[in-house]
Design a binder for this molecule. Structure first.
Ligand code: SF4
Length: 59
């Protein structure tokens, strides 16, 4: 196990400057996409993030 500090992460907004989207480690375009293994698959975390965003906007 190791820690990682991403230079593309905007802490104030939880935003990724590289992908121009919310930071979801392992998402397409992420620097961790092809070199890391995640306990929770990225597809599941992306779906959860989208559902959370939909709830926030009332859709
Ligand atoms: S999505 Fe990946 S590249 Fe973007 S800020 Fe998060 S860890 Fe960094």
């Amino acid at each position: 196990m190791s820690s990682f500090c991403c230079p593309h992460f905007q802490m104030e907004t939880d935003f990724c400057m590289r992908t121009q989207a919310d930071c979801v480690p392992g998402r397409p375009g992420c620097v961790l996409r092809n070199n890391s293994v995640f306990a929770i698959p990225v597809e599941q975390r992306l779906k959860e993030k989208e559902a959370e965003a939909a709830r926030r906007t009332g859709e």
